[in-house]
Unconditional design. Structure first.
Length: 170
């Protein structure tokens, strides 16, 4: 499992919600869907991730512990909707109209593409970059890509290339 242990009650509730979502999808699409496997080994700032070919959902145990109710109400259905969308429609845009339809018409949940959780506890090291108009915190992964000259990043406002200020933020 790794990282933060997930209590049995939370694991049970997650399985219940997955089963409920699958039942709703089976009714809506008039077909059966296999129950996905669930793991708690996702790291970083993502709350959850659906592995379509594996029929697996990976959840971030740190963010789950900090946002249990939101995970149960939003994150779990969000990831199940990805699996259902893939099984019904094949390869489509991850948050496209098909996925939105599963979220809203089948599950009755607003189709939000990203969570709004604080990521302070899972963020990792960040490095300050600047352009002509502002400063940005870049993750260690992006910082290392810049150092290896594998990537460069631009400001969305002024369009200038970001440059490292020499300052590590966290």
């Amino acid at each position: 499992m790794g990282g933060v242990p997930v209590d049995i009650e939370t694991q049970y509730r997650i399985e219940q919600i997955i089963a409920h979502c699958l039942q709703q999808a089976q009714t809506a699409f008039r077909r059966r869907f296999a129950h996905p496997s669930v793991s708690f080994k996702l790291r970083g700032k993502a709350a959850g991730k659906a592995y379509l070919q594996l029929n697996e959902i990976r959840l971030n145990p740190v963010l789950l512990a900090e946002n249990r109710q939101a995970f149960l109400e939003e994150v779990i259905p969000h990831e199940v909707a990805h699996l259902i969308t893939h099984q019904v429609y094949g390869r489509v845009r991850p948050h496209g109209k098909e996925w939105q339809g599963v979220m809203e018409a089948v599950f009755g949940i607003p189709a939000r593409t990203t969570h709004r959780f604080s990521v302070n506890s899972v963020q990792g090291k960040t490095f300050e970059y600047c352009c002509d108009c502002t400063t940005y915190p870049l993750s260690i992964r992006r910082h290392n890509k810049v150092l290896r000259q594998q990537a460069s990043y631009r400001c969305q406002q002024c369009k200038h290339t970001l440059s490292f200020t020499g300052k590590q933020l966290s």
